[in-house]
Design a protein around this ligand. Structure first.
Ligand code: F6R
Length: 263
């Protein structure tokens, strides 16, 4: 696991965007990007959108797969992840909407929708780089504590903590759905690269647990310790509980140029 400690949220977003752009250039125009909603990746999306606008990156033939979707919202709800991804990813990054996929949390048969989603990822050749945020309880996707480390896309119940954390997107806690469809931890581990970005003091405990704690379903993001190409990108506040912070900083400061990720 590579741990990159950035001075602030802005630098973390720039590094995350640079990592995605690097993989996109390695893979070529048909790169498959796994995308997250929430606040954490927004800075990276803005940087990527600038690269696209300046003609430095072309994602018009890329595919994207979102991590998750609420279950229980009406279709077209502005806070549904289908709408959120269109607003924050598909349009600004110039993706072809036909190649942008979000789990169908509106389906009458949710179990079939979960199977279909796994099949669609497979048919696209798998995810080249997966962008992740982390919940304050350590979830990635909506894989809440005690999720199976081998889980695939399925229906999950959101914890009270996650509903509280996401209340800011709704008018009241009552409006926050109780259920979701989410890629499983096993699904996420299949991505060829993963880049998790976190900023702020409120993420410090989760970052400490997933980077330096034991691999445990109580902190689902800790499963990334089993991934061959996982990068955790944090600002100083989110890194504040890391025991080996000085080591991660020294490692980054002394990277040879050829290993550096730049925009
Ligand atoms: C979003 C997702 C979640 C969020 C996490 C952090 O698609 O799957 O795991 O990444 O809840 O959310 P923010 O970034 O809003 O703090």
């Amino acid at each position: 696991m590579d741990v990159i400690i950035c001075a602030n949220e802005d630098e973390a977003g720039r590094y995350t965007a640079a990592k995605i752009a690097q993989v996109a250039r390695w893979v070529g125009p048909k790169v498959v990007i796994g995308v997250a909603t929430g606040s954490s990746p927004l800075r990276a999306y803005a940087v990527l959108a600038d690269l696209v606008a300046q003609g430095k990156l072309d994602l018009s033939e890329a595919s994207a797969f979102a991590l998750d979707e609420y279950v229980g919202l009406p279709e077209g709800h502005p806070e549904s992840y289908k709408d959120t991804i269109r607003r924050t990813v598909t349009e600004p990054l110039g993706l072809d909407p036909a190649r942008v996929h979000v789990p169908n949390g509106f389906a009458a048969d949710l179990q079939q929708a979960a199977l279909d989603y796994e099949a669609a990822i497979k048919a696209a050749g798998g995810v080249d780089i997966q962008i992740l945020g982390v919940g304050s309880n350590g979830h990635i996707g909506f894989n809440e504590p005690t999720s199976s480390l081998a889980s695939r896309t399925r229906i999950k119940t959101l914890t009270h903590q996650t509903r509280l954390d996401n209340q800011r997107f709704f008018n009241s806690l009552d409006e926050v759905p109780y259920h979701c469809l989410t890629q499983g931890l096993g699904t996420i581990l299949d991505a060829r690269h993963v880049a998790l970005v976190a900023s702020g003091e409120h993420k410090a405990k989760a970052v400490k647990a997933i980077v330096e704690g034991p691999v445990t379903s109580m902190w689902p993001g800790s499963v990334l310790q089993m991934h061959e190409h996982a990068t955790v990108i944090v600002d100083e506040a989110a890194a504040s509980q890391l025991e080996l912070a000085d080591y991660y900083k020294a490692m980054y400061a002394n990277l040879p140029d050829w290993q550096r990720v730049t925009l």
